[in-house]
Ligand binder design. Sequence first.
Ligand SMILES: Nc1ncnc2c1ncn2[C@@H]1O[C@H](COP(=O)(O)OP(=O)(O)O)[C@@H](O)[C@H]1O
Ligand SMILES: [Mg+2]
Length: 256
Amino acid sequence: MTIIAVFNQKGGVGKTTTTANLAAAMARNGLAPLVIDLDPQAHLTSMSGLTPKASRTVYSFYQNQTPLSELVTELGNQVNLIPSHMELAKVDMMLTQNRRDLRRLKKAMADEMLADSDTPVLIDCCPMIGVLSLSALMAADVVLVPVTAEYLAMNGAQQLDQTLKGLATKGLYRPRKVFINRYQRGHPTSEKVSHELTRRYGKDFCRTRVFESQSILEGVGSNQDVFSFAPDSESAEDFSYLLDELIESGFIKVSL
Ligand SMILES: Nc1ncnc2c1ncn2[C@@H]1O[C@H](COP(=O)(O)OP(=O)(O)O)[C@@H](O)[C@H]1O
Ligand SMILES: [Mg+2]
């Protein structure tokens, strides 16, 4: 199944929120997603209520060659997580940006068959372009780009496009889709950003919008995805629709 990197070079646009809730939406659809927290800030890990030792996280894959499959933790909501730790920040210094280092994650995922026919994989990326993010982009089949309804978030998406163009010239083309997050109906900036994204990205801009929502914010406070925290909320519906759109368009391939 598909390996999806969730990425935007800007922080705070909803990469982690999207990863957590899209994974929960997949689990609700009977898929058993694997999520890799590849951000040294480890927000996804702490949002899941975990505070693992560094040796039990993806840091150990880089530092001690621990197989990824030994680092998987089952979360209560049918999602499997390879957690992160702030020590992971060292990886950007430990490894170089040569192709062999950058391919390590991709190779391990293939060797361990982590993305088998029943398992979609989501990788929550950190905002900077460095070894970690480039490794995620190389490992991924596709890139999902959340853009909040503000101009700087569009710049982050544009910078990512430059990075993806660079990879494509090396034979590593990665399709990407952009969607708007924290959308506020009738809000001038939301409308303008949405219009601009439609113009720039055409069919690669998702019809589904994820609205600004209190349920998302409050769910984080109790370590819950929005499907567990507020199953009947509009946010749960937004992420269900986003998943449907990504599957229907063939961006995410599933064998249901
Ligand atoms: N649709 C939304 N409605 C309300 N709050 C949101 C929404 N999406 C994200 N947030 C909040 O915005 C903040 C940044 O989101 P996060 O997913 O951590 O961004 P990133 O991973 O890109 O840095 C978090 O506090 C998160 O709860
Ligand atoms: Mg994040």
